[in-house]
Design a protein around this ligand. Structure first.
Ligand SMILES: *[C@@H]1O[C@H](CO)[C@@H](O)[C@H](O)[C@H]1NC(C)=O
Ligand SMILES: *[C@@H]1O[C@H](CO)[C@@H](O)[C@H](O)[C@H]1NC(C)=O
Length: 351
């Protein structure tokens, strides 16, 4: 990424290490809040979640987040296929009420063991088409994603990776999605009256505003009375390219993207022996804000504005002309967006 710098704007941690060393500031990261991790509900047909669109990030205004943790939002039901049409609502009262039927394969005998073992349940995950513009992150796991920046859930008619990709493409800020088969009860389980009802298999699709990893496929289901909710055939996909600017006002439009780098920048001193590094901003992933390279672009521009307003005694100031945006992982789990700023454009050879 090529562009300009700043510190300000977004409510978050920012720091200028006193030494201006470019190494990842582990103390600063440790001191920053942990990323917010969300586990989508089971036994819901749909959930709508709004995360701050990219163009609004620089103002960091409060964005509304709505996570309906039960019964889902019904607004999606009028969407044309592949959203499941259903006449009965999901219940969690233990009333033995009939639950919506999924469209997936149910093993015979209908046991939790067979749900995980029978390729009729998860076979599609191995052969599902790779949607254009996405890469496969993991395949056929028995956990769905608990990750950051949850953007909603859809129920599909089949193991339709292209349909889920379509929802991701339409959702501003969506970077990754997860398709999986969920073992759900056909009756709202009750410990005394219907502890282990027959199962139904639902195809789910969840959307995420951050990159994801297999380490985050941790949601392996739950018990409802004596009925075991399970996950199988869990596949995740992430966008291949960095998000493009979405609006003319997007600060990212003021920069030119480099090719993807092999590592974080570690720029040398310039030809006069001066340090061109200007510090970093770090944004732990949150549920109320979507963080993308546009966030770094806004931070870079804000730093220039700040420096311009606070020049050195001789009137000079450093301008952020170049930034490096990356997702910091700890033990394979994405934590947040790290933006480092420079007053000079460096080639990818220094990554
Ligand atoms: C797919 O996952 C199931 C667990 O649901 C496992 O038993 C099976 O061996 C896996 N198949 C492949 C080819 O990875
Ligand atoms: C970058 O900042 C350094 C240190 O202030 C300065 O010496 C150098 O001239 C600046 N480079 C550019 C291209 O502005």
């Amino acid at each position: 990424m090529r562009g300009v710098v700043a510190f300000a704007g977004l409510a978050s941690l920012f720091a200028i290490p006193s030494s201006l060393a470019q190494d990842i500031d582990f103390d600063g990261i440790d001191a920053a809040p942990d990323p917010v991790v969300v586990t989508p509900a089971v036994a819901v047909a749909s959930q709508t979640v709004s995360v701050a669109p990219v163009a609004q990030q620089a103002s960091a205004a409060a964005a509304s987040v709505t996570i309906a943790l039960d019964n889902g939002a019904s607004s999606l039901e009028s969407t044309p296929a592949p959203v499941e049409k259903r006449s009965v609502p999901y219940k969690r009262d233990g009333t033995c009420a009939a639950q919506p039927s999924g469209s997936g394969y149910v093993p015979i005998p209908d046991t939790p063991q067979n749900f995980l073992a029978d390729s009729g349940v998860w076979g599609d995950s191995l052969t599902a088409p790779l949607p254009d513009g996405y890469s496969l992150i993991f395949s056929n796991l028995t956990g769905s994603l608990s990750a950051s920046n949850y953007m909603g859930l859809y129920t599909l008619r089949s193991y339709d990776t292209n349909a889920c990709a379509g929802y991701c493409k339409k959702a501003s800020g969506c970077v990754s999605f997860n398709v999986y088969v969920e073992r759900d009860p056909t009756l709202d389980p009750n410990t005394n009256n219907c502890p282990t009802p027959p199962s139904t298999s639902n195809f789910r699709c969840t959307l995420w505003g951050t990159p994801v990893t297999a380490k985050q496929a941790t949601n392996k289901g739950q018990w409802r009375a004596k009925f075991q909710v399970l996950i199988a055939g869990s596949n995740a996909y992430s966008k291949v390219a960095a998000p493009a600017p979405v609006a003319p006002t997007d600060p990212l439009t003021q920069f030119t993207a480099s090719d993807p780098l092999k590592g974080a920048m570690n720029a040398p001193l310039d030809s006069n022996g001066h340090n061109t590094y200007m510090g970093y901003t770090y944004y732990p992933f949150s549920q109320s804000q979507g963080y993308t390279p546009s966030t770094c672009a806004a931070a870079c521009l804000a730093q220039t504005a700040y420096d311009k307003a606070h020049p050195a005694a001789d009137g000079s100031f450093m301008a952020c002309l170049f930034f490096n945006a990356y997702v910091l992982n700890i033990n394979g789990v994405p934590q947040g967006l790290y933006c480092s700023n420079y007053n000079t454009t460096w080639s990818s050879a220094y990554a």
